[in-house]
Design a protein around this ligand. Structure first.
Ligand code: SAJ
Length: 401
């Protein structure tokens, strides 16, 4: 069976590799010629543990070939980004462009699958686009929406073992899409229609955003009430049916912080809780920056000198090197802009260097700082002994104090 994956990013490339590992002849397509070139040399352009060896194997066996243009296949998978415009309107132009690129190649009995996180109704729109260009294919090809839910850093395992939702435009499409995934997915395949599958992906991530917003709101309340929010949540979670998540310095990444807008932009009157969760999580980052700045001012008033401040962590979540859409980066930037030449040390143990932030090793920064802002709960920070002689702003529960 031949499959053409359009989009060789954090999801498309690993999925193309796994499919190739399971006997599917794969063409991986990307508009970036450098990505195509690197992939054909068996070199990864993304960071994902264990994926490099698999890529080398499938490229060596010629089971995966990268190209800048799609080739005729039996199955086409759209795995391109779906960002949102600055008014939080979802942008499906990449999905549309990818769809248009394969329309001329489609033939009877082909399978067309969208994996990209999309606003509800996108698959139907792409179906209409295909059939308006190729009316003779109406009812002759299978079209489905099949979202992914893998966690960066654990992609290889989750691609194979996670359950998947298979949303066809009709039952036959659902069946054919499930047959395709059964080549390499060991998790359960759950059939449904394409709109429900689109909404399912948005629901999963919006539910998490709401849960995190609850934890962040608790942290603001506890700060005012003089209660240790970490102890409070730990005690509440002793209840057999309570599971409150952890406060942080905000919500980052291009999933949890983005997907809820796909719902609120389409259902603005109905999605009040989802919308306010976004506001709370965005406000938390602003609140953290304010707290650091106020602490710096108070230090200067009491000590008649400017403080040395350590900003511990820049990544968007613990123990990764990805700074995209990172709240910690936003906070570090705000503090740097208003630092009125206080000495600010930036720490990110998962990257070597950064083009904006001059990095300091975390032990050195911790030692030198008067004020320590714990922004991201990276494991190495948990080994740093708590120091009563420093002002520690623990936004992510390193010490749970
Ligand atoms: N966060 C908190 N407190 C928590 C958990 C997370 O503040 O208790 C923050 C993190 O620091 C981070 C953000 O939320 O800034 C998102 O973190 P995440 O743990 O949700 O990780 P993601 O965004 O890499 O992965 C999520 C996952 N979705 C769910 O858990 C429902 C993953 O399964 C999805 O595949 C991924 O989004 C995606 O691509 O949609």
């Amino acid at each position: 069976m031949n499959a053409c994956f359009i989009g060789l990013g954090y999801i498309g490339l690993p999925t193309a590799i796994i499919a190739a590992r399971h006997g599917i002849q794969v063409t991986g397509v990307d508009i970036n010629p450098e990505i195509v070139e690197k992939t054909n040399k068996g070199e990864l352009h993304i960071i994902e543990p264990g994926l490099g060896e698999l890529l080398k194997a499938v490229v060596g066996e010629k089971k995966l070939v990268a190209s800048t243009t799609p080739v005729e296949s039996d199955a086409y998978l759209i795995v391109v980004p779906t960002p949102f415009k600055n008014n939080h309107e979802p942008d499906i132009s990449y999905v549309e462009a990818a769809t248009r690129s394969v329309v001329p190649l489609l033939k009877e009995n082909d399978l067309f699958i969208i994996e990209s996180t999309s606003p509800v109704g996108t698959t139907d729109k792409m179906k209409d686009l295909v059939f308006s260009e190729r009316p003779e294919l109406k009812g002759k090809i299978h079209i489905a929406y099949c979202p992914e839910r893998v966690l960066p850093g654990n992609v290889i395992h989750e691609l194979v073992h996670n359950d998947r939702v298979i949303g066809g435009i009709n039952e036959e499409s659902t069946r054919e899409a499930a047959r395709f995934y059964s080549h390499f997915v060991k998790g359960q395949l759950h059939p449904t229609d394409c709109k429900t599958a689109e909404m399912c992906k948005l629901t999963e991530n919006s539910s998490r955003d709401v849960q995190i917003a609850f934890a962040n709101e608790l942290s603001l309340i506890c700060d005012k009430a003089g209660i240790n929010v970490w102890e409070l949540i730990s005690l509440a979670n002793k209840h057999p049916r309570v599971n409150i998540l952890q406060p942080g310095c905000g919500v980052g990444g291009h999933c949890i912080a983005v997907d809820p807008y796909f719902i609120t932009s389409e259902f603005p009157l109905e999605s009040k809780l989802i919308a306010s969760a976004r506001e709370i999580n965005n406000y938390k980052s602003f609140w953290c920056a304010e707290k650091i700045q106020n602490t710096m001012l108070r230090f200067e008033l009491e000590n008649h000198r400017k403080p040395c401040v350590a900003m511990m962590g820049l990544a968007f979540k613990p123990n990764i090197d990805d700074l995209r859409e990172s709240p910690a980066k936003y906070i570090a930037t705000k503090v740097m802009q208003h630092g009125n030449n206080a000495r600010i040390l930036f720490v990110e143990p998962n990257i070597e260097s950064h083009h904006v932030f001059k990095l300091t090793p975390y032990q050195e920064a911790y030692e030198q700082a008067d004020i320590v802002a714990m922004l991201v709960a990276h494991d190495p920070f948990k080994a740093l002994p708590y120091r009563e002689d420093k002002i520690i702003l623990d936004f992510c529960g390193i010490y749970k104090k």
